[in-house]
Write a protein that binds this ligand. Structure first.
Ligand SMILES: [Zn+2]
Length: 303
């Protein structure tokens, strides 16, 4: 299978991961046992992961992981860099959130005054967003949009890593931008400090272990995939979510440590501020957990 970003045929296997957790922390979208191979494109450096052996029978864990970000522990989550702060377009403006999940981002965008619509292929997500959150959402992906539907902002957060043909996907998304529209893409950062440190552990990086994750991007491969889709990357940053008391430097997921961090940062304002300040330092060095990039239609750079 050729690299979907640069077209190169050769991938090199860099790791096989055999990871077992006794308890999977809430919000983490993986099976307790997982066997995965990670390959790197020899030309552009794009990473891909494959589940080896029996695929995980877990079609709907994704919704549960997403819903915990809206309820419970997720209610205390803070992003070290606000996704919306990277956009120049201010409310009132129309916003489409592709792959809205349980609506965490939709909820925030709406509360700030954006006219936001979510789409998601999972009917449980759409039901939750429309009925529990009372926000507009439709079931499906980009193909359900009307040919003439345009948005001032399109957000694609935590989606691109699931997409087998990312160039075509971004091209299709950008066709629904208004003339001055901005496309915001967020993906797990394969150049993050978390990934680098995690690679020292036998579990390696969480993001390799999520069965729906096909490709893994860093800032340079994200820019490249955008360029192939005819987009210019205008600006980018990284962000880390404090959800679940996740410890960015921890080489493996230890629920007891996460509970302790969550409990201390929830109870003490000073501890919480220090925790977020630490995460912001990571963003300053562009090594936070998520790459956030804003694109606009640019001169088409063909293959
Ligand atoms: Zn490549």
């Amino acid at each position: 299978m050729a690299c979907p970003v640069c077209g190169e045929d050769r991938f090199k296997t860099i790791r096989e991961i055999d990871s077992t957790l006794r308890a999977v922390p809430a919000g983490l979208d993986r099976a307790s046992h997982t066997l995965v191979r990670v390959d790197r494109c020899t030309s552009c450096g794009l990473l891909r992961s494959f589940e080896l052996g029996e695929p995980s029978p877990r079609e709907s864990i994704s919704f549960d992981a997403s819903a915990t970000k809206v309820r419970g522990a997720g209610a205390h989550s803070v992003s070290s860099t606000d996704e919306l702060s990277l956009l120049h377009t201010r409310p009132p403006a129309s916003l489409l959130d592709v792959g809205c999940g349980a609506g965490q981002f939709l909820l925030r965008a709406t509360s700030l005054g954006y006219d936001a619509l979510g789409i998601d292929p999972d009917s449980r997500s759409v039901e939750f967003v429309t009925q529990d959150l009372n926000l507009p959402a439709r079931k499906g992906s980009l193909e359900i949009l009307g040919a003439n539907e345009r948005f001032d902002i399109i957000t694609v957060l935590g989606v691109l890593e699931h997409i087998a043909e990312p160039v075509a996907f971004l091209r299709e998304a950008s066709a629904h931008l208004s003339p001055t529209g901005e496309l915001l893409v967020g993906v797990p950062n394969s150049a993050s400090l978390n990934r680098r440190v995690s690679s020292l552990s036998r579990h390696d990086w969480d993001m390799f272990l999520e069965p729906g994750h096909l490709y893994h991007y860093g800032p340079s491969t994200l820019q490249l995939v955008g360029e192939h889709a005819g987009l210019r990357m205008l600006r980018w940053s990284t962000s880390t979510i404090t959800i679940r008391g996740k410890v960015p430097f921890s080489p493996s997921r230890i629920p007891a440590v996460e509970r302790l961090v969550r409990s201390v940062t929830t109870r003490s304002k000073l501890a919480n501020r220090s925790y977020i300040a630490g995460l912001r330092l990571l963003d300053r060095s562009k090594m936070g957990d998520t790459v956030l990039a804003v694109f606009a239609p640019g001169d088409n750079i063909a293959f």
